[in-house]
Design a binder for this molecule. Structure first.
Ligand SMILES: [Fe+2]
Length: 251
């Protein structure tokens, strides 16, 4: 499996605090059935800033350590970029890291609302041939309350990534129900762990896919897994969602 949203790089944000913690996370990822992760440190959120060059260096160092220890996990570069005023300029200057150097950028909104400049920002990104992937829309209050708004962003070309812990039910039944609704409506294109720490915010991607398989059917699992594979390869994403498993009532 491929996990496109993780905070595995040590000492760069609120994810792994040290190399030991990063290795513990890596071993956990492997046990969870993951072979490739995208490191997506925060940028412009929670007081953390990260730089594309630093991310490249740190990723390469972590890959060396994994290789030395025979941990079969590959780490790719990426970043979780909060919407901010100079985002486009910084992207054009090469200071932001897209997912595995592909034309996909993981974009985060504040938890309370959708910033007013998003429509224009996403339009400008598309003009640069960069597709924004909205990180965890289910955890944004405005999008959670108004799926039509998320639908508008998706119809305008954005993609969205759901968090595995949300769909598993570990964050509560309400969030699980909301997550499944988003999936059924075709507003989700990826599932990722957003793992930060082996104990407090672990890798649980396998559990997320298991919940999706149980509630929506294997076709959804295959669809999300294929999209993750395509995004790291820089390929286009299939937007047509599989039909949700229907319940038949026999009279
Ligand atoms: Fe994150």
């Amino acid at each position: 499996m491929i996990d496109i949203h993780t905070h595995i790089l040590p000492g760069i944000d609120d994810g792994a605090g040290s190399l030991e913690e990063a290795l513990e996370l890596a071993e956990q990822a492997v046990r969870n059935g993951i072979r490739t992760v995208v490191a997506t440190p925060h940028h412009y959120a929670r007081g953390y800033y990260s730089d594309a060059e630093q991310i490249k260096l740190d990723t390469s160092k972590l890959n060396d350590e994994l290789y030395k220890r025979n941990i079969p996990l590959e780490v790719l570069t990426g970043q979780e970029v909060r919407v901010y005023d100079r985002l486009l300029e910084d992207l054009e200057a090469g200071q932001l890291a897209t997912i595995a150097s592909s034309p996909y950028l993981l974009v985060e909104f504040p938890s309370s609302n959708v910033p007013s400049q998003v429509d224009e920002l996403f339009h400008e990104l598309r003009l640069l041939d960069v597709t924004p992937i909205i990180a965890h829309p289910e955890r944004n209050r405005e999008l959670a309350d108004n799926h039509d708004l998320l639908e508008q962003l998706v119809e305008a070309g954005a993609l969205a990534q759901l968090t595995s812990s949300s769909v598993c039910g570990t964050m509560g039944r309400k969030l699980q129900k909301l997550s499944l609704e988003m999936c059924k409506r075709g507003l989700v294109h990826f599932v990722a762990s957003d793992a930060h720490h082996a104990k407090t915010r672990p890798f649980d991607l396998a559990q997320g896919y298991e919940a999706i398989g149980k509630h929506l059917g294997q076709a959804f699992v295959d669809y999300y897994q294929l999209n993750a594979e395509r995004v790291i390869g820089g390929h286009s994403i299939h937007r047509e969602i599989p039909a949700a498993k229907r319940r038949f009532i026999f009279w």
